[in-house]
Design a protein around this ligand. Sequence first.
Ligand code: GLY
Length: 407
Amino acid sequence: MHPRTTSPTKAPPGTSDVLVVGGGIIGLVTAWRTAQRGLSVTVVDPEPGGGAAQVAAGMLAAVTELHYGEQALLGINLESARRYPAFAAELTEASGHGLGYRASGTLAVALDSDDRAHLRELHDLQRRSGLDSQWLSGRECRRLEPMLAPGVRGGLRVDGDHQIDPRRLAAALVVACERVGVVLHRAWAERLSVAGDRARGVVLADGTELGAAQTVLAAGSLSGRLAGVPGGVLPPVRPVKGQVLRLTVPKAYAPFLSRTVRAVVRGSHVYLVPRENGELVVGATSEELGWDTTVTAGGVYELLRDAHELVPGITELPLTETCAGLRPGSPDNAPLLGPTRLPGLQLATGHYRNGVLLTPLTGDVMAHALTTGELPDEARPFTPRRFDGAAPAPVSPRPQSFTEQPV
Ligand code: GLY
């Protein structure tokens, strides 16, 4: 049982019950779910619906992105994946926007004997964890996905790892928030207001004060940088850059791929995510370069080189977009959810590689935490209190202000 650090107070007139700093998908889903429970909610962000979701590929890869030592994270990843179909249906109904949810599965393949050994280990870990995945020979992989390179040595078929279009998800959340009465304040939060040892809302860049009974810091990779948050309470979140490409599959080539295809090539993850509308997303680099969001020739080259080894035919496709975003990395790769030791301040950040996947669960968890003051059982391991006193992640160069929101 964690100590109760906030109470579900109603706000005085002129203030909100809940103020969310950050209008990316995590901030918006928190706002939407909380407003559905009858609290008044304000989101502060100059561009609601922006953030890392504008870059992310949208794989719901609880099984294919399983890592040793992340069993607790696996639990909430699977639970969020389980909630996705109902969540997507409800959000589509609430917003009138489709989300591009596709239950088309994932194929993780090996290009050489080292990759194959690595995939075999992953398969063992998946089986020990009770997960559903099927080992395929190279020939079986190519039968499933004929565009795969002839040299593919084997693979894992995971029909339960689906995908969504994060840009459509973000757009739908903006509309759903507006329809349920969430106030979207298009401005930068400059600092947290703290009075009487309690968070009281934020001060905007123009000096306007927005008061709230409870404040949620959901600013992605910038969550560790909001001025006014006491040192030991600042989340230890750091930016991890990902460069991503978007190609287009002309109608004449469709279906180019029928499911997400991924591999580890020379130690780097590469994945190709085909959307129903013909977009093919190729990602992603993983770079610890501070706040840099430059798309580099090297990043594009490596992604194309590795993707080409997997699916040689991609060089025929139009390259329609290159972009880079910042994952909010945390020390244990897991999110920080719920009350901090500063009364009135909660966190919804640090989702690292799993922000899109964890969106449904995060909304439910945060709405529960904001209405009861406590985390639901499934989220207790992810309390921010596990890092109490940790120094903020060292990142340089520091952005000139909190307001330099990348992507
Ligand atoms: N989950 C995919 C990525 O972070 O690149």
